[in-house]
Design a protein around this ligand. Structure first.
Ligand SMILES: Nc1ncnc2c1ncn2[C@@H]1O[C@H](COP(=O)(O)OP(=O)(O)OP(=O)(O)O)[C@@H](O)[C@H]1O
Length: 640
């Protein structure tokens, strides 16, 4: 001990961290740690070093009793494996976010309590997380889905409550949440579906196919009251998870985030939907009768079986009126390619080649949660009874009334045919007597709006400029694809219409829907941010929207990304002054010098925001510029 005291002045940091841990976690003094030479600690029980730093600390079943104090092992920043499995440690876990190299964390079989250790979700190298057989309680953070290298997730036999996040990690091989108090539907992600019911057992409140229990309490999508499950994002907030701010499901612009507005809006929305469902049900029934009479008359006249309507009202195969070959369909000034337009009013029509995973009836029975009210409709998250989660956009019938049924169908065929990694796919659509729905994938990682502006701070810190570059590339790729593939445009590019995919890639949504509302939207003029994305020619007339007006909106979006400022707060500056403004805003937040190379991206934004469409580049030219910037950065960084 006296030798240790002599060394204490020069005690290596890792040894000091371990001794600090021992003083609160080893109350029965089972670990005999002493230090006579500087690197003796690498020989201590459970310790393994590499280059004089601790990389493994494994004290499984060593009779530890006490607590895991803050600022002890969490200082071992080279640690790859930490196991305190099967001891008698208690209390809550400290902040572990500094263990950025950690790959395996075994804490099972102790008496740990308190909330899920939220700092763990920032350990992006983590492959094994074992918190099983403890007393952890509260909600599981939705941000668990960010641990994309996770191979083992063991949370069984704790006291976790609330919904199971929609885990989508492709590498997950071992997974167990049994013996908790989780509630609600088991999300039917591909990852979760791989595990058997034993992974979920002993959670009486879980329901769905995976646990062979029907989800009875859920409300129908088209009807019912507003008692919907808490949005996943609320779980993150209740954890006080500052690190996941912005990744919770969004509720649109700040105005829309006011809870009262949402609840009121939802209730009104649901009331409107109840009347809508009445219309739809009547239509479906009428159609069913039509179909059966068609069947009768078809069989009477001995027509080909393929012309016969199906017995059930489903989209497979949709009973169609005679297909009409049309050379071109024009939707409010925008020409879409030649369409084989089939009149399929009253049916759920899936996009070409799309597996028909649900029926209209299932969609109508789904539980619905209001996501927000936008310029041409209202958006809901719908959980179907097969646990599939989709987003349903219910278009405002007044705003799209000028688009006839056939034109709508032709347009949606073209839009539904777009497939690109940076587009949220349109899976299906529905129309009947002015009631129109468009079904997209649900994106649980929220929108770029939330990522940029956060949900708490009015002046969130701007993103790192290389993240801006990556997002800009994703968006430009999506837009470039829309522009080239079928002469469509987005028409409503803004940060709330860019959602984050499973790998946090940017995916455009709501593309080409504004073409259905030729008058433009009053909403845009009421919302100064939406208005600020509009190119000057579109502000004069929505009919002037073209690919280059998307380019203008892209320029505005780039400035929003780089500065974290809402578009209505961007000053009108001449191009040469713009880099200075962006730099000043960023340095104001960072409190120091910013990377001057971001100026290249500001120049792209400036040229996109040119007042006249002819002066703006095409989206492909923009993409080329972005690639050149990326190459410059890679080259400079590799030679630095
Ligand atoms: N597929 C989706 N998955 C998850 N969230 C979505 C999805 N589509 C839209 N949202 C979110 O739902 C909210 C409401 O969307 P909505 O499109 O109705 O309004 P908006 O984007 O504010 O305006 P606009 O109608 O002009 O696009 C937005 O915050 C949006 O980010």
């Amino acid at each position: 001990a006296s030798a240790a005291a002599d060394l204490s002045a020069t005690l290596p940091n890792d040894a000091a961290s371990i001794l600090a841990f021992k003083s609160s976690a080893d109350l029965d003094h089972t670990l005999l740690y002493s230090l006579t030479e500087r690197f003796d600690f690498c020989q201590w029980r459970g310790v393994k070093c590499a280059q004089g730093r601790v990389v493994r600390f494994v004290l499984q079943s060593t009779g530890l009793r006490g607590s895991f104090a803050a600022d002890t092992l969490s200082r071992l920043d080279q640690l790859r494996v930490l196991s305190l499995q099967d001891n008698s440690l208690s209390g809550s876990l400290p902040d572990l976010s500094a263990l950025s190299n950690l790959k395996s964390l075994f804490l099972g079989g102790n008496n740990f309590s308190g909330p899920f250790p939220i700092s763990v979700v920032s350990l992006h190298r983590l492959r094994v997380l074992d918190l099983s057989f403890n007393n952890f309680s509260g909600l599981l953070p939705p941000a668990l889905t960010r641990l994309d290298r996770l191979d083992t997730l063991r949370l069984e036999w704790n006291r976790f409550t609330g919904p199971l996040p929609p885990l989508n990690q492709t590498l997950l091989r071992s997974f167990n949440v049994s013996g908790n108090n989780l509630t609600g539907p088991v999300p039917a992600t591909v990852t979760i579906s791989r595990f058997g019911s034993s992974s979920f057992s002993n959670n009486p409140g879980l329901c769905g196919e995976m646990v062979n229990r029907a989800c009875r309490s859920r409300e129908p999508f088209f009807g019912g009251n507003a008692s919907v499950p808490a949005p996943l994002g609320q779980s993150a907030e209740s954890h006080g998870a500052a690190s996941v701010v912005g990744l919770s499901p969004p509720l649109g612009s700040p105005k829309k985030q006011k809870k009262t507005g949402v609840v009121l809006g939802f209730t009104v929305g649901v009331l409107v939907l109840i009347s809508a469902v009445a219309i739809i049900v009547t239509l479906v029934k009428a159609r069913r009768n039509d179909s059966s009479s068609e069947i009768r008359s078809n069989s009477a006249s001995q027509k080909e079986p393929s012309a016969v309507a199906p017995e059930r009202v489903e989209a497979t195969p949709p009973p169609v009126d005679a297909p009409v070959e049309k050379p071109e369909t024009e939707v409010n000034g925008q020409v879409v390619g030649a369409q084989r337009v089939q009149r399929r009013s009253g049916y759920l029509v899936f996009s070409t080649g799309e597996p028909e995973l649900y029926t209209l009836e299932q969609l109508m029975r789904a539980s619905a949660e209001l996501l927000g009210r936008g310029s041409i409709g209202t958006t809901y998250k719908a959980v179907l009874d097969n646990q599939l989660i989709v987003t349903v956009k219910r278009l405002d019938s007044n705003k799209t009334a000028a688009t006839g049924e056939e034109a709508f169908e032709g347009h949606m065929e073209a839009v539904g045919g777009l497939r690109h990694p940076n587009l949220v796919p349109v899976r299906a659509y529905f129309q009947a007597k002015g009631e129109r729905l468009v079904i997209f994938d649900y994106m649980p990682n929220g929108s770029l709006y939330n990522l940029i502006h956060g949900s708490r701070s009015a002046r969130a810190k701007p993103l790192h400029w290389t993240s801006c570059l990556k997002i800009a590339e994703d968006v430009a790729q999506g837009l470039g694809y829309i522009h080239q593939s079928s002469r469509l445009i987005h028409g409503n590019l803004k940060s709330s219409n860019i959602l984050l995919g499973p790998d946090f890639e940017a995916c455009l949504t709501d593309y080409s829907l504004s073409a259905l509302a030729p008058e433009g939207s009053v909403h845009d003029q009421e919302d100064p941010d939406s208005w600020a994305y509009r190119a000057p020619e579109v502000r004069k007339s929505a009919l002037c929207a073209g690919p280059r007006s998307d380019v203008y909106a892209f320029g505005v979006l780039l400035l929003e990304l780089l500065t974290g400022r809402h578009p209505s707060q961007h000053p009108f500056l001449a191009s040469p002054e713009m880099p200075g403004w962006v730099q000043a805003v960023r340095e104001d937040h960072a409190g120091g010098a910013e990377d001057g190379r971001l100026g290249m991206l500001v120049e792209v934004a400036a040229v996109c925001r040119s007042a006249s469409p002819e002066q703006r580049p095409t989206m492909w030219q923009v993409l080329k510029m972005i690639h050149e910037i990326k190459e410059t950065v890679i080259e400079e960084d590799s030679t630095a």
